[in-house]
Design a protein around this ligand. Structure first.
Ligand SMILES: [Fe+2]
Ligand SMILES: [Fe+2]
Length: 284
């Protein structure tokens, strides 16, 4: 039988500050080595194929749009993740972050399979995801920081962690899991997608747990705290766009199901993450 780590839910990802950052990083690295062994190629998608065929047209269209968001995002972060590893300030941190790189490619593989085997279409273009597009600038900035002193590298890493682990994974992706559950999972539909999300969430629990732990520690320094707040402030409107845009697949517009409530879910997780990092006292 396969063993999985019990991961906390979206509400309680952060560990205390009693261990050093390197101890936390090493523990998470060991967890990834021991438990992060699921294979995206092994998830059974036969029922998903049947469920998808039987879905009404509107829910089909929304599902393709929704999974496009995930496929694009997982692939984009996988392709751009190396500077986060390179800016890790110890062997332990870089070891953990290297597990995250492989896991983002596994998530990408899962959604590539989903398009091929369940939707049986090529991926679609044109789903707007501005926090993702902003990673191009972030990567440039982080690579430039490799030439700076320890302080400069740390500042770039803080902003990188706030952008990626703090916003993209900690708010945007986690809102997406809840949307899947509300629209499809709660109706018992698409069990392969449910299984994929369950495994991805275990991985993401480690990624976000590490990122938030780092941000919480860095937020004790007022300059870093200001950096983190600025990133959160800048990106909130961009995550909202993910849910405000029209749902268009193959030139046809589809309605957003009423259960999605994207803005509400994003805002709730956004507030939650700020609390994780700054405690009760700070509001953006
Ligand atoms: Fe991922
Ligand atoms: Fe991740």
């Amino acid at each position: 039988m396969k063993e999985h780590v019990n991961q906390p839910d979206n509400q309680g990802l952060i560990t205390g500050l009693d261990k050093t950052t390197d101890e936390v990083a090493w523990d998470l690295y060991r967890k990834a080595v021991r438990f992060g062994t699921w294979d995206p190629a092994e998830i059974d998608l036969t029922q998903d194929k049947k469920d998808f065929e039987n879905l009404d047209e509107d829910l089909k269209g929304y599902l393709i749009h929704f999974c496009t968001g995930f496929l694009d995002a997982e692939e984009n972060v996988a392709l751009k993740f190396c500077p986060w590893i390179m800016l890790g300030s110890s062997t332990e941190q870089q070891a953990f972050l290297s597990t995250q790189l492989l896991e983002e490619f596994k998530h990408t593989e899962f959604f590539m399979r989903y398009f091929k085997e369940v939707f049986q279409i090529d991926r679609i273009l044109g789903v707007k995801n501005i926090v993702q597009q902003k990673l191009d600038e972030r990567v440039e900035h982080m690579l430039d920081a490799l030439h700076l002193d320890a302080e400069g590298r740390e500042a770039a890493l803080v902003e990188g962690l706030a952008h990626y682990q703090g916003i993209i994974e900690g708010v945007q992706a986690m809102s997406g899991y809840d949307v899947y559950e509300a629209v499809y999972g709660s109706k018992g539909l698409l069990p392969g997608l449910a299984e994929g999300f369950a495994r991805i969430k275990e991985d993401e629990g480690r990624h976000v747990g590490f990122g938030l732990r780092m941000l919480k520690l860095y937020a004790r320094n007022p300059e870093h705290a200001a950096r983190i707040r600025a990133v959160y402030e800048e990106y909130l409107p961009y995550i909202m766009i993910r849910y405000d845009q029209p749902v268009i697949v193959d030139g046809k517009e589809y309605p957003t199901p009423s259960e999605v409530r994207g803005r509400e879910r994003v805002q709730k997780l956004f507030d939650r993450r700020l609390k994780d990092i700054f405690g009760e006292r700070v509001k953006v």
